[in-house]
Write a protein that binds this ligand. Structure first.
Ligand code: HAM
Length: 413
């Protein structure tokens, strides 16, 4: 027997309603906020991810599924979608299309991480990318959408964590200050952080190793080293959130695992998921479009991990199914009439099901009950001879006799 791959899950029929509920809400909220769907490929040339996410990030260094195409081109299964959306934005000159500045996507992403609850190697994201505005309102708009989507699904206990990484010119000066500080704590840092001190010092702030966290407790904060413009932007973002009644917590360690961010970064976390506490995250990336060959275009976005949303989704949030009618036909003549009634119900927009295995009436009623049918249309030889059907209400167990030509009409009311 061949097994599925570790960390790559099947979504089985009893879970798919949960997923449909989440995806329907994602589309509804994205549309409410003026975002249009974009579908980009699940694989791209490797260079796209190396250049946008950053060559020294964990994702690019350790987590990508990279393979050679037959002509030797290096390709990678997308570990996230921002890079691909930006590529498409540039390639199709979307900057010239006023209606294509706010884009959303849903789909699978691939990262070679150690699988555990809420962390998979193929996982799914709902994300949005908003192009063309430097306004703090654009940052606030995507955060508002993220929270409305999550709370709209009934999720509770969420915290919006917020930070600013400054603009591109703030970073080098801060990095130097941070590295000076880290040098004084070097012997307390884990091996990974010592290496990161050279390659990507901001990531040391994000290390989960308790000793590293303690050692960096007094680290200089990026938000204390912002340029006046970056400081003003951050302040307007916080004011914008407050104006909309959206609570947030400042987290100076929130540097994120992708290098394209500038200014605002944010993460929505929950206390209900154990170690994998980030439900969704994002930020501003004003330099990425230009870095990938487009014109100077500011942008801000987020992505939500849908497996994590599925784990947190309360049962009451599930979209109710339409009522179901079961057509239980017995014998050859019953079956002939049965298929016509079944088809008539479906044509009238009524969810209807029948037994196709020739089971006994008793077995069919049991099956109808398991499926949650609200009524069963019983078509036995006696009924057919009399030109009627018995319609049985499954909750009250009441039965009424209905002429065959009135069954669909009666049940589609
Ligand atoms: P990210 O923080 O790498 O950001 O991922 C966003 C969310 O995807 C995480 O908060 C988490 O819920 C989920 N996620 C990430 N890795 C896994 C995994 N292995 N298994 C399950 N869920 C996972 C991005 O991907 C950026 N592209 C977000 C963004 C969009 N920034 C700007 N625009």
């Amino acid at each position: 027997m061949i097994h599925g791959i570790k960390g790559v899950k099947d979504i089985l029929p009893d879970e798919s309603r949960r997923w449909q509920t989440i995806e329907t809400a994602a589309r509804r909220f994205a549309t409410l906020y003026g975002f249009q769907e974009i579908r980009v490929p699940v694989f791209e040339v490797t260079e796209l991810f190396a250049r946008s996410i950053g060559a020294t990030t964990d994702i690019v260094e350790k987590e990508m599924y990279t393979f050679q195409d037959r002509d030797g081109t290096s390709l990678t299964l997308r570990p996230e979608a921002t890079a691909g959306v930006v590529r498409a934005y540039i390639e199709h000159s979307l900057s010239g299309q006023p209606t294509a500045q706010k884009l959303y996507y849903l789909g699978p992403m691939f990262r070679h991480e150690r699988p555990q609850a809420g962390r998979l190697r193929q996982f799914h994201q709902f994300g949005v990318e908003s192009f063309g505005s430097t306004s703090p309102h654009a940052d606030v708009e995507v955060m508002s959408l993220l929270l409305r989507f999550l709370t709209g699904l009934g999720l509770t206990g969420l915290t919006l964590e917020l930070n600013s990484l400054g603009d591109a010119s703030d970073r080098p000066a801060y990095k130097a200050i941070l590295v000076e500080f880290l040098k004084t704590k070097e012997e307390r840092l884990c091996g990974n952080c010592r290496r990161r001190m050279q390659t990507n010092p901001l990531r040391v702030l994000d290390c989960k190793v308790p000793e590293c966290r303690l050692a960096t407790e007094q680290a200089p904060k990026l938000t204390d080293h912002l340029s006046p413009a970056a400081r003003a932007h951050f302040q307007q973002v916080t004011e914008g959130l407050t104006a909309l009644g959206i609570p947030y917590t400042l987290n100076p360690r929130l540097v994120r695992g992708l290098d394209y961010y500038t200014l605002t970064t944010f993460e929505v976390t929950t206390g209900n998921l154990g170690a994998q506490n980030a439900v969704g995250a994002g930020g501003r990336y004003d330099g990425l479009v230009k870095a990938l060959g487009g014109s100077e275009t500011p942008a801000v976005g987020f992505a939500v991990g849908l497996e994590r949303v599925a784990l947190l989704l309360p049962e009451q949030a599930l979209q109710p199914l339409d009522r179901l009618i079961f057509v239980a036909a017995i014998g050859a003549s019953g079956a002939r009439v049965g298929v016509r009634i079944l088809d008539g119900l479906r044509a009238a927009g009524v969810r209807a099901e029948s037994d196709l295995r020739g089971a006994s009436l008793k077995a069919q009623l049991r099956h109808a009950d398991r499926l949650g049918a609200s009524s069963v249309v019983i078509l036995g030889d006696d009924e057919i001879t009399q030109g009627v059907a018995l319609v049985r209400n499954m909750s009250t167990k009441e039965q009424q006799t209905v002429p065959l030509d009135r069954v669909v009409e009666t049940l589609s009311k």
